[in-house]
Design a protein around this ligand. Structure first.
Ligand code: NAD
Length: 254
């Protein structure tokens, strides 16, 4: 099916000030997308959307929702369908980390990580893919992590790494099952990106350690990831599906 002139993209977890999601939403608006931001923090989501709309001239809305709650996700999707143009893109970016060592992690922390990173992604994607399937056009990108490929150690440990590995399998399955509906599904696996996911900016000590294993010689930026996601969502990327793209400066070379 033909790409609409102004498609809509949903970006989850795009409210955080220095995060990958916000950079992606801004980049997509710059490329001509209408944008819907879904985030736990509804007030921040609304103000980010307002700023993106003012900068880009594109429609943008921010909605407060916990992606782990199917009813909140369904309500958000209904609003997106009624207020924005045809839904084409989905960026499953919302996620939480879990730095706790495996021998110490408790069941509540383990479950919350999977509830958000895996089950939340399931809820949002099923709701979005049903709309995309009706339209016979869709582009889905999961934000996984180098942690899934190399066994944690970047930001997260077993719960995080396991949940991010699940996203790789889910995207590959969507690529097979939904290809006939004109939907592509891919994953990106960022290495260390300077965001606040660990509760604040990277310390200089942490940066020095990371730089020792970075062939390109610098820490990754949110735009490094946003540029890749924007490409995979674009009209030109229709023959790319079921793939995992590393964006890690060479810190992990498979
Ligand atoms: P961030 O903490 O800045 O952003 C995450 C956003 O997700 C926040 O706005 C948060 O409110 C939102 N969120 C969390 N739980 C939610 C829920 N239940 N429902 C809705 N929204 C929720 O982190 P970031 O570094 O920008 O991370 C974005 C994604 O990139 C995450 O999935 C993360 O795992 C992944 N990632 C980050 C890095 C990195 O180095 N920063 C590396 C690899 C992968």
């Amino acid at each position: 099916t033909e790409f609409p002139r102004m498609p809509t993209a949903v970006v989850t977890g795009a409210a955080s000030a220095r995060g990958i999601g916000q950079a992606t939403a801004r980049r997509l608006a710059g490329d001509g997308w209408a944008v819907a931001i879904l985030d736990l923090d509804g007030a921040a989501a609304a103000s980010v959307a307002e700023r993106i709309a003012a900068e880009s001239g594109q429609p943008a809305i921010g909605i407060g929702a916990d992606i782990a709650e199917p009813r909140q996700v369904d309500a958000a999707m209904r609003r997106i369908e009624s207020e924005l143009p045809q839904l084409v893109g989905l960026v499953n970016n919302a996620g939480i980390s879990s730095p706790t060592p495996f021998l110490e992690v408790g069941p509540a922390e383990w479950r919350r990580v999977f509830d958000v990173n895996v089950h939340g992604t399931f809820h949002v994607t099923q709701a979005a893919a049903r709309i995309m399937a009706r339209n016979r056009l869709g582009r889905i990108v999961n934000v996984s992590s180098a942690s899934a490929e190399r066994g944690g150690g970047v930001y997260g440990r077993a719960a995080y790494s396991g949940s991010k590995a699940a996203l790789l399998g889910m995207a590959r399955t969507w690529a097979r099952e939904l290809g006939g509906f004109g939907i592509t599904a891919n994953s990106v696996a960022p290495g260390s990106i300077d965001t606040d996911i660990m509760g604040g900016p990277l310390t200089d000590d942490r940066k020095r350690v990371l730089l020792q294993e970075l062939p390109v010689g610098r820490i990754g930026t949110v735009d490094d990831v946003a540029n890749l996601i924007a490409f995979l969502l674009g009209a030109q990327a229709g023959y790319i599906t079921g793939v995992t793209y590393d964006v890690n400066g060479g810190s992990h070379i498979a």
